[in-house]
Design a protein around this ligand. Structure first.
Ligand SMILES: *Cc1c(COP(=O)(O)O)cnc(C)c1O
Ligand code: SF4
Length: 331
């Protein structure tokens, strides 16, 4: 059953579920099976629209598993660290990560509508490290001094949490820099809070001389309901390129059929796959890990079942590398 939301995306954001007991009540699951340990720095957070897509009474629901804090997170496992990608080294200015030569990340906000339990940014020191507008002058100066940078990636947190006027002010400043060729936005909001994609936001995107590429983050076909589908089609009809990245997660999407269905369903709404990420080894996320061998096996299954353009690139992130590492399937 899908509920309709007369209220604004800002109100929906403010109304996110933060209490695990309330979540279990909504899902009609016995709250006695809840984890008692808590993770104060990265608590439960999930928008109601996403909760409505979970199956009632199903403790193993793949959407629930992505957001529910578990005791497993508190176990320390060798090889899993707080900053697995060593991003702090590349954090050249507050809010700016320059790791790959010709494209940079701007972290516009540390906030997200949803807290994905496997997120590699769960320990990232966002406090005081956002591209707040008072750093805009320094950031623009840095970009002017680096003609090798051609693409700006709005990241976070979730950059679409930022208000339209903040986004348009960044786009306005960035398009004055002659060597910037396009803007990319990495956001999970089209999936978890689809009402964020307002006509006004699409206008902000369309006003720019710079092409906008939107990379959404959807891991399971059940994440796409009618509202999400309509928003994706609206973006595509406005001429915005929409790509999807997914993270390969144990007991969420580690089956060939699930991944085939995900990519087919996205394509119904004209979205093409971009990346299928291996999990970043972040402390507290080991229970989501799928081995590299298993990942390559799954990817072979996708190759056999889908046209080439619906097969995502299987990748892993390595701390010192100059790009993502593509896992060429040699199994
Ligand atoms: C992933 C990432 C990018 C973008 O890489 P693409 O392969 O172009 O998607 C840029 N900068 C950083 C720091 C990244 O982690
Ligand atoms: S939306 Fe993205 S950045 Fe935010 S918690 Fe989820 S994976 Fe992490």
């Amino acid at each position: 059953m899908s509920l309709s939301y007369p209220c604004s995306w800002q109100k929906q954001l403010a109304g996110c579920i933060k209490d695990p007991f309330e979540l279990f009540k909504l899902l009609e699951i016995d709250p006695n099976s809840l984890s008692q340990k808590s993770m104060p720095s990265f608590p439960l957070r999930v928008p109601m629209g996403f909760v409505n897509r979970m199956k009632k009474g199903d403790r193993q629901d793949p959407l629930l598993r992505q957001v529910l804090p578990l005791d497993d997170e508190c176990v320390s496992i060798p090889g899993f660290s707080q900053d697995p990608l060593q991003e702090k080294k590349f954090n050249v200015l507050p809010g700016l990560i320059h790791k790959y030569k010709n494209r940079i990340l701007l972290t516009l906000t540390g906030a997200c509508a949803v807290h994905c339990r496997y997120c590699f940014r769960r320990h990232f020191p966002y406090e005081g490290n956002n591209a707040h507008q008072h750093f805009q002058t320094e950031i623009i100066a840095y970009l002017n001094q680096h003609p090798e940078i051609h693409e700006i990636i709005f990241s976070g947190g979730d950059p679409l949490i930022a208000p339209d006027k903040v986004l348009s002010s960044w786009i306005f400043e960035l398009e004055k820099i002659p060597h910037i060729e396009n803007i990319r936005i990495h956001s999970r909001l089209p999936i978890v809070l689809p009402d964020r994609i307002t006509d006004a936001l699409i206008d902000v995107f369309l006003c720019s001389r710079l092409p906008i590429v939107l990379v959404i983050h959807c891991n399971h076909p059940q994440e796409i309901d009618e509202t999400v589908g309509n928003v994706l089609l609206k973006l595509r009809r406005a001429g915005i390129l929409v790509l999807n990245q997914a993270v390969l997660l144990k007991k969420v999407n580690d089956k060939v059929e699930t991944l085939v269905e995900l990519n087919k369903k996205l394509f119904q709404f004209h979205v093409l796959p971009y990346y299928l990420h291996l999990l970043d080894k972040v402390q507290g996320a080991h229970h989501f890990e799928v081995s590299e061998i298993q990942a390559k096996w799954l990817w072979q299954g996708l190759l056999a079942a889908l046209p080439g353009y619906l097969v995502p690139r299987l990748i892993r992130e390595e701390p010192g590398a100059q790009s993502k590492t593509w896992l060429i399937s040699d199994v």
